[in-house]
Design a protein around this ligand. Sequence first.
Ligand SMILES: [Zn+2]
Length: 152
Amino acid sequence: MLLWLSEKVEVLEFHGALSVRSATDSFQLPAVLRLNRYIHKRYVNRVRFCRENIYMRDKHTCQYCRVEFPYRQLTLDHVYPLSRGGRHNWTNVVTACGPCNNRKADKTPAEAKMPLMNLPVEPKFLPSVQISPRFQALPNEWIPYLPKLVPG
Ligand SMILES: [Zn+2]
């Protein structure tokens, strides 16, 4: 409310039935806000480079055989092998199933004739909070602004 009244945000949607009262006025309760100023990128955390996030970037899919596996059957593969000077970073590490990882061993994808499904990149964003459409408190006013929710 303070951000709105001091014009730091613009209200795009209001909660239909809800309002708040001051001594003299009544305000409809904002549901969706837009910041009037761009928040500089340096305040945004980079996605942490870790096993879970690499699997998530690759959608739990082996980047060689293109099959989705449960977490415990996945491994990390260094595209350009560590043993030959490959780096341990976003652009050299991909999700692989155990058999593909063993088959590739310390070869490059070209040498192993195992082309990558996607070129590995550093993700800008990974959804850390999943909003379920079954979450009862999810206001209708938010729906148009959220990524497409998958029913079920
Ligand atoms: Zn595989």
